[in-house]
Design a protein around this ligand. Structure first.
Ligand code: NAI
Length: 401
């Protein structure tokens, strides 16, 4: 594959990304009218996602991890009802959009290189999808809501019972969809270690402008059915029994940490280290009783709760946390598990680096916020999972190179 040529044409297209994306979707929907119904009503985040995805693939084409990543992605795209015919239609429209946007840079060689590259990506994704179907895995898991507990005005813990066996590891997340917000999927951490009855908890904070989080907190009730996608994510336990670890969570970032602690309480009661639970105010320490119960089963872990002072901005809690982290020692010896809002993750990860925590021992996933208006940088890990909130095709929004 001619990587330099792929990258140089992509650089030309990227400069007019807005145009390319508009052309792509117009071409796709015009040539395949039935396909529009597979996409959400609100296409704005979708547009960002396309370019983010392409950027990722173009930058990672020589990464040996790309094939397995694409196979997992193909497996995951079964929930969007992506068929081989749809992959072919998307490829045709993508090349048409590139040809139209790249102008003189779209040479015969460039077209050949892109046809080959897209073919490779589509084949790997379809391979992942076919293997998952052959293994009897559903495209998604229908899951009945069996519990809905509110905490304060804008937080709820939902308990779901998947109708088919749904496997996940403590610390992972899954895509969630509701018929209340058709064809939209959002990612939520699963707030428990696997249970015998197969139920899973979602901790949902209602986010401004977030149609899904609003539906889950305010609308959805027991008896309703949601859809779950296969669980994924890398913030799973990787600490040897008895090993030192620090868990740091903010807001509903408590969900994956709670799942990890449940697992540790069952399998590694000698675990040693510390837990920091951060919330915007005392009323939002919604998991406190459960934390206490888990901490009692894990006597080697100290628990610190941190909130903002009354009437102070919520981010004051983060400042307080950073001060507390600076007074802790032995960072290079600790595995660190980190979960919370993206701005929080970025700030804490930076400070942990300064404090000497080993970067490959700091684990976190970046879950996109449910609201359209929340802005934060997109990371490679999240690109293809959910639409990043950043406007990729707005040059002013791009990180400087
Ligand atoms: N696996 C993960 O990492 C998970 C991440 N989340 C994310 O957490 C968020 C949910 O937020 P809420 O529960 O409403 O939390 P929140 O908005 O109440 O924030 C909790 C605390 O996080 C800190 N924080 C928030 N924004 C910050 C920023 N920009 N910079 C520095 N610190 C900041 C503050 O200390 C605040 O008190 C969503 O964005 C969601 O995607 C939620 C669950 C799991």
């Amino acid at each position: 594959m001619d990587l330099p040529l792929l990258r140089s044409t992509f650089a030309v297209v990227e400069r007019r990304a807005e145009h390319a994306v508009t052309y792509f979707y117009s071409h796709l929907f015009w040539r395949n009218p039935g396909v529009r119904a597979l996409f959400p009503e609100d296409m704005v985040p979708q547009r960002d996602r396309l370019f983010a995805a392409l950027t990722h693939v173009v930058t990672a084409l020589d990464d040996p991890a790309l094939p397995s990543y694409l196979e997992r992605l193909g497996r995951d795209h079964r929930r969007f009802l992506a068929t081989p015919a749809l992959y072919a239609a998307v490829g045709e429209s993508l090349l048409a959009a590139f040809a139209h946007t790249a102008g003189p840079a779209w040479t015969v060689e460039a077209e050949k290189a892109w046809t080959e590259a897209y073919g490779l990506v589509a084949d790997l994704m379809l391979k992942g999808a076919q293997e998952s179907a052959a293994a009897g895995e559903p495209s998604w898991w229908d899951a009945d809501v069996v519990g809905h507990r509110r905490h304060g005005d804008d937080l709820a813990v939902l308990t779901l019972r998947p109708r088919m066996p749904f496997s996940h590891l403590p610390g992972q997340y899954a895509g969630v969809s509701s018929l209340r917000v058709p064809r939209v999927w959002r990612t939520y951490s699963l707030g428990n270690a696997p249970r015998e009855d197969g139920t899973v908890d979602l901790h949902v904070s209602r986010i401004r402008g977030g149609a899904m989080s609003t539906a889950l907190v305010d609308g959805v009730r027991p008896g309703e059915t949601l859809r779950l996608s296969a669980a994924g994510g890398a913030m799973t336990s990787h600490t040897a029994p008895g090993g030192l670890r620090t868990y740091i969570c903010a807001g509903t970032g408590w969900a994956p940490v709670k799942a990890l602690l449940e697992e540790a309480a069952d399998t590694d009661p000698e675990a040693a280290g510390r837990i920091f639970v951060v919330a915007r105010s005392r009323e939002y320490l919604y998991g406190r009783e459960e934390t206490e119960r888990l901490a009692a089963r894990l006597p080697g872990l100290s628990v610190t709760y941190i909130t903002a002072a009354p009437r102070r901005p919520r981010d004051q809690a983060t400042e307080r946390l950073l001060t507390a982290l600076r007074s802790c020692g032995r960072w290079p010896d600790h595995d660190v598990y980190l979960a919370g809002p993206p701005g929080f993750l970025a700030e804490v990860a930076e400070v942990l680096d300064e404090l000497g925590a080993s970067p490959d021992r700091v684990r976190h996933d970046v879950l996109p916020p449910a609201g359209r208006f929340a802005t934060r940088p997109a990371s490679r890990a999240e690109w293809l999972l959910q639409p990043p909130a950043v406007r990729w095709h707005d040059p002013a929004a791009r990180a400087p190179r």
